[in-house]
Design a protein around this ligand. Sequence first.
Ligand code: HEC
Length: 287
Amino acid sequence: MLNDLVLSSLRKKMNAAEGLEALVRALILALLMAIGACPWAHAQSTAEAIAQYRAMLQDGNPAELFVDKGELLWNEPRGPLNASLKACDLGLGPGVLEGAWVQLPRYFKDTQRVQDLESRLLTCMQTLQGLDAQSIAQTPFGVGEQINVSALAAFVSSKSQGMAFQLPQAHVEERRFYEMGKRLFYTRAGPYDFSCSTCHSQSGKRIRLQDLPNLTTQEGAVAGFGAWPAYRVSNGQMWSMQQRLNDCFRQQRFPYPVFASDATIALGVFMGVNAKGGQAVAPALKR
Ligand code: HEC
């Protein structure tokens, strides 16, 4: 039923054939430029070519399909309690979506925890719908309810598009999480002695084709933190920030963090506070 609705909205929202064709064309162009096979390649840097390819895809960002799916999931009565998420409080009051995401992670009185979007969604799924938050947290990405969490995250973030990040730092726990996130960001360990900052605290760095945003600056934090959840063209998946971070823990050769753990939320606070004042673009389109 849900799939049917998503499919019909797919047909409506974008002409699939056209979208795919543009995608293939843009990919080929970006690749040709990257390897220097185009006559005009030298007039354009790889980063510019990728920016152009993103711009070409902007009209048909498949993230929109997940936004639609997330909206259905938000409004649909589900779970053992057969309730919707319409009364979920994401920080600005029950059911208030506009602007909620640009103030997350933040401290919540009812759970007495600093929570990011995904962990807060789990809280609402448990308290309102009777779903088991812990078992969802233990479900691998891209499976079962985790797919729904990503779609819900895409929907919620879309309601803050264009708004400025303003994570609250008034509560002592919010300030503690910022400091904790900062420490984690600079902690070097593992077989390569990497920290997040090894790859993400200098501007203009790149690994292969990917620009690595400097997450310690506002511009970099907006580009890196402010764009997720995002649709990843390379694997055709919608990724939440939790999944993005998980993959960076892998790149860092660290053990995978627990879904919605304090460590990942603290890193979110660090990046989100650094992004203060910058404009949210999520859900974005990424390589
Ligand atoms: C070994 C290098 C490396 C380390 C260490 C690393 N990352 Fe990354 N990170 C990357 C790469 C490469 C990408 C881009 C991946 C892509 O485009 O597919 C990325 C992407 C990101 C993004 C999204 C950026 C964007 O422009 O969308 C964020 C946020 C991020 N990393 C945070 C972190 C955090 C937090 C840590 C520490 C826990 C970390 N990374 C550790 C290499 C690293």
